[in-house]
Design a protein around this ligand. Sequence first.
Ligand SMILES: Nc1ncnc2c1ncn2[C@@H]1O[C@H](COP(=O)(O)OP(=O)(O)OP(=O)(O)O)[C@@H](O)[C@H]1O
Ligand SMILES: [Mg+2]
Length: 270
Amino acid sequence: MEEGRRGIVATVFSTASAVGKTLIAINMAAELVREGYHVCLVDLDLQFGDVANYLHLEAEYSLADAQREAKTNTEGFDVKKFLTVYGYQGWSFYVLPAPFALEEAYNISTPAVQHILQQLQLDFDFVVVDTTSAFSEMNLAVMDMSTIITFLGIVDFIPTIKNMKIGCDTIRSLGYEANKIRIVLNRSNSKTKIDLADVEQLLGEPFYHVLPNAFEPARKSIQTGVPLVYSSTNALSTELRALVERYTNRTSSHESSSSGVSSWFKKIFN
Ligand SMILES: Nc1ncnc2c1ncn2[C@@H]1O[C@H](COP(=O)(O)OP(=O)(O)OP(=O)(O)O)[C@@H](O)[C@H]1O
Ligand SMILES: [Mg+2]
């Protein structure tokens, strides 16, 4: 580990449930690996985390175990011990799953999560974080630490759009630099009578990227435990790859990332 190296925290957030945060976080991690980065995916949906399920992982340890060890063994704490490897055809990334039991989730503290993420930043180029749809103390602390926040929305019902608007305004009020927040529309072509242009006008900016609705590939990915960007070529996997490529300004190369994250990305987002 080089002195002073710090991985990028890339958080996926939304103000509504079931908009695709977990699916997109998994594919973001998977695609970053395809681009040659060393990646850890952290599940901060503490109570109902789905990352391990979606990837069919049988994890031995969770965030709760990592927190326990960090508290009791401050000097010797090594977060890597608590990670589970996901591998597919030569690509691999690490996962820190959400607590296995509901009562463990209650005991996760924000400072412990901050500490664990900081430790992961020392070892990985990217720490991708899946969250819940809430402006909780923990999510805000993680957003503070993030270099980039993918603010995911779907346009289905008026209340979802209202909450997206509240979320956008709230995140803007936090005073982050504009580049930090990327409003991404998911399931764009799902049936709705709401005009996207109207939504963009309401939000005050256009969607940074648009991900299409692809029910069958998304379902199959969860059923098989293989990220879309690894297993299939369809409109959704193509746009997921394109989104990550826009973030990193790189094309898939499989090259070693031992030199760390591209300076372009650091310059833009740090
Ligand atoms: N672009 C898409 N096209 C079709 N289905 C999608 C798409 N994105 C996500 N889905 C599906 O929507 C469902 C919810 O996705 P996901 O679990 O990732 O959402 P979430 O925001 O993490 O939900 P939660 O708030 O409960 O954590 C899943 O069944 C997933 O396969
Ligand atoms: Mg989720």
